[in-house]
Design a binder for this molecule. Structure first.
Ligand code: FES
Length: 169
């Protein structure tokens, strides 16, 4: 009797599979594979993220010395800040001098203001000569070493000079 049933034509001939067809993947297996790929991708991204950790976020400058060309129309008492440098350069009739624009409180970059400089972080103010006008900055801005070579000014952010030191042209 069972042989007679198996020899009958299938009820739905379009759904009959050949033995050579690949096994159909169930929904459970598909979701399992998707979860596995998601976990593997997350692990891969986290490994890439961890590889980046030991590197410094900011690379050290190869040199603290840089050349600066002062604008022709730079007025006395007006600060010139070269792009990318935390330095304010001044020129007056006595010569050229440079001040660091790194706040002596916690290291924010100060901005020029009407009376001198102002720190955007905690409100310290500095006179144009770098002395503190208002705290919490504990000390004056350092004066930086300035030299002249071939018509250009060379500022050394790594070397300080006594306040009031100016280099004449
Ligand atoms: S960092 Fe400038 S006042 Fe605090």
């Amino acid at each position: 009797m069972s042989n007679a049933l198996s020899n009958q034509a299938p009820l739905n001939p379009g759904t009959q599979r050949s033995r050579l067809d690949p096994e159909p993947v169930s929904r459970r297996d598909t979701l399992g594979l998707a979860a596995l790929w998601s976990a593997a991708s997350a692990m891969l991204f986290s490994v890439f993220g961890m590889l980046r950790l030991p590197k410094a976020a900011v690379l050290a400058s190869p040199s603290k010395k840089f050349k600066a060309v002062l604008p022709e129309n730079l007025a006395a008492g007006e600060a010139f800040t070269p792009p990318g440098r935390a330095v304010a350069i001044f020129r007056d009739k006595e010569g050229v001098h440079a001040l660091s624009t790194i706040c002596t409180h916690l290291g924010c970059i100060i901005k020029p203001s009407a009376e001198g400089f102002e720190c955007p972080c905690h409100g310290s103010r500095f006179h144009l000569d770098g002395t503190v006008a208002k705290g919490p900055a504990p000390k004056s801005l350092p004066w930086l070493k300035v030299t002249q070579a071939g018509g250009q000014w060379i500022i050394d952010e790594g070397a300080t000079v006594p306040p009031g030191t100016k280099v004449s042209a």
